[in-house]
Write a protein that binds this ligand. Structure first.
Ligand SMILES: Cc1cc2nc3c(=O)[nH]c(=O)nc-3n(C[C@H](O)[C@H](O)[C@H](O)COP(=O)(O)OP(=O)(O)OC[C@H]3O[C@@H](n4cnc5c(N)ncnc54)[C@H](O)[C@@H]3O)c2cc1C
Length: 469
């Protein structure tokens, strides 16, 4: 069977990428591992996609589904080099928008969902990559963003999905409040099937949105303020924290926001009806002042958006420091933020790496950014080892390895540490039911033996922490 020729017959020669050009699809925003896939196909619509998947299934060809390629965990990398990458970016139609629901193709960029919604509604999940990342990727990583504290992650906004299973059969799942078939696909990283359509929940636009910035001279007080906001009965739309390193990086970049000189700052957003928002702002201000914070409440939307653009630009701003960096994303209980951040400082010192912390503080979702020199294997290894220690410190205090960036390649080594044997067996049963021949995104999430790639970084990433390296 000439798979290449048949792929071309389905999608057309123009939409097949191979050779040197395929290297462009050989990496994502997890910069540590790159691998050129054998072939990339970009189907135009659902019909081509299911024919393509059925062909790959019949020919026992492993496949990796891909959206915009902004994954921070390496989950789009074709590790064995045998996989065909199926890019779903061309499936970017808006099918319908009725009531509080919108039905879209997986290739649509997150930012465009709200743009296609009626002006009094919006789509809440907004990863900082929202201008480019796709809905298919968001569903498959259960992506979050700054508005998780109030509106939840992608999981809370998925109503129904149309999926292509590994043999190309199509199922519409979800839409029920119980035994909801869509739920199992959210966060499954393309390892159970391809998302062909998503029906998403929209929210009414809040009447008023206000920002409060708190600048603290010590990290512990900023961390304490996060819990104190909730103790005051406020459910904010967003609470983000930035430490001195991340503030410095942003201020040196084109995302410069004019942040105050401080050890850590909190950016809080309150939204809803005007009187309620005013009361929440009053309470947040009080919390910050009681904990020694300097408070700033922007009076106009332009000033607020400048502060938020600085936060949202913090990842790309790291380019000022280094062309490559790792972004971990473990979750810790809110009450443990101060002690874990102290531990992060000690780990950074031990490995001689810089760590910039800029993260979703309300859900305890740390984002330590660790720059490294891509030309130096030692520098990458130090960054990786520092990152692993941060994940382990998070797990020791009751946290989880990944909050929103997915397991991918980056956190594969923690699956056997975080889950018990019996939990892993349940996950394997699900995987086998959907993908008996293990053709879908191999070595992501679940694997028995590490992939044999001959790449030292890959074997480090797949070494179980308790095994000798
Ligand atoms: C600067 C920057 C900021 C970021 N900020 C955030 C943030 O605030 N919050 C957050 O959660 N994430 C964030 N991310 C991570 C990333 O943007 C998200 O994980 C996003 O959802 C990935 O979408 P994508 O379209 O790029 O997917 P890809 O990277 O292409 O794919 C991600 C995963 O989804 C699978 N997949 C993609 N499409 C489909 C489909 N149609 N069917 C089945 N599987 C599919 C892939 O196989 C892969 O496993 C950030 C990334 C960057 C670079």
């Amino acid at each position: 069977m000439d798979v290449r020729r048949e792929v071309e017959e389905i999608v057309g020669a123009r939409w097949v990428v191979e050779g040197e050009d395929a290297a462009l699809f050989g990496f994502d925003a997890f910069t540590a591992v790159k691998r050129r896939p054998r072939l990339v196909a970009l189907p135009a619509d659902e019909e081509q996609t299911v024919r393509l998947i059925a062909l790959l299934y019949r020919s026992c060809t492993p496949m990796v589904f891909r959206g915009s390629g902004t994954s921070l965990s390496g989950s789009t990398v074709a590790l064995t080099g045998e996989e065909v990458v199926v890019s779903l970016t061309r499936l970017n139609r808006v099918y319908s928008c009725e009531g509080l629901e919108i039905e879209v193709g997986p290739g649509l960029a997150n930012v465009l969902v709200t743009r296609h919604a009626p002006h009094d509604l919006f789509y809440a999940p907004d990863p900082s990559s929202y201008s480019v990342c796709s809905i298919g990727g968001n569903v498959s990583h259960d992506s979050g963003g700054i508005h998780v504290p109030k509106y939840g992650s992608t999981f809370n906004s998925v109503v129904k999905l149309r999926v292509a299973l590994c043999d190309g059969s199509v199922e519409d799942v979800g839409g029920t409040p119980y035994f909801n078939g869509a739920n199992i696909f959210v966060g499954s990283e393309g390892s159970l099937g391809a998302v062909l359509r998503a029906t998403l929940r929209l929210h009414p636009r809040p009447e008023t949105t206000r920002t409060v910035l708190g600048a603290f001279q010590d990290v512990a007080s900023a961390a304490r303020a996060v819990s104190a906001i909730y103790e005051e009965g406020v459910i904010p739309a967003a609470v983000e924290m930035m430490d001195r390193n991340s503030i410095d990086v942003v201020e040196k970049s084109r995302y410069k926001a004019g942040y105050p000189d401080c050890a850590a700052l909190l950016l809080v957003e309150c939204d809803g009806y005007t009187p309620q928002v005013e009361e929440e702002v009053r309470r947040v201000r009080l919390v910050f002042e009681c904990l020694g914070g300097e408070v700033m409440v922007p009076e106009n939307p332009a000033e607020s958006s400048r502060l938020w653009l600085g936060r949202k630009g913090a990842f790309p701003a790291m380019g000022v420091v280094s062309p490559a960096y790792l972004t971990l994303d473990s979750i810790v209980p809110r009450t443990e933020l101060a002690s874990v951040l102290e531990e992060v400082g000690r780990i950074a010192e031990r490995y001689g790496v810089m760590v910039a912390n800029v993260f979703h503080a309300a859900d305890g979702n740390l984002h330590p950014l660790i720059p490294y020199n891509p030309e130096s294997p030692k520098s990458l290894e130090n960054a990786l080892r520092a990152g692993w220690e941060i994940v382990e410190a998070s797990m020791r205090c009751g946290g989880v390895p990944s909050g929103e960036h997915g397991v991918g390649i980056e956190k594969a080594r923690f699956m056997h540490q975080y889950y018990s044997q019996s939990e892993l067996e349940v996950l394997w049963r699900i995987k086998r039911a959907f993908d008996p021949d293990r053709l879908l995104n191999p070595y992501k999430m679940l694997y028995e033996n590490p992939p044999e790639t001959g790449d030292r970084v890959v074997s480090l990433l797949y070494t179980k922490p308790w095994e000798a390296e």
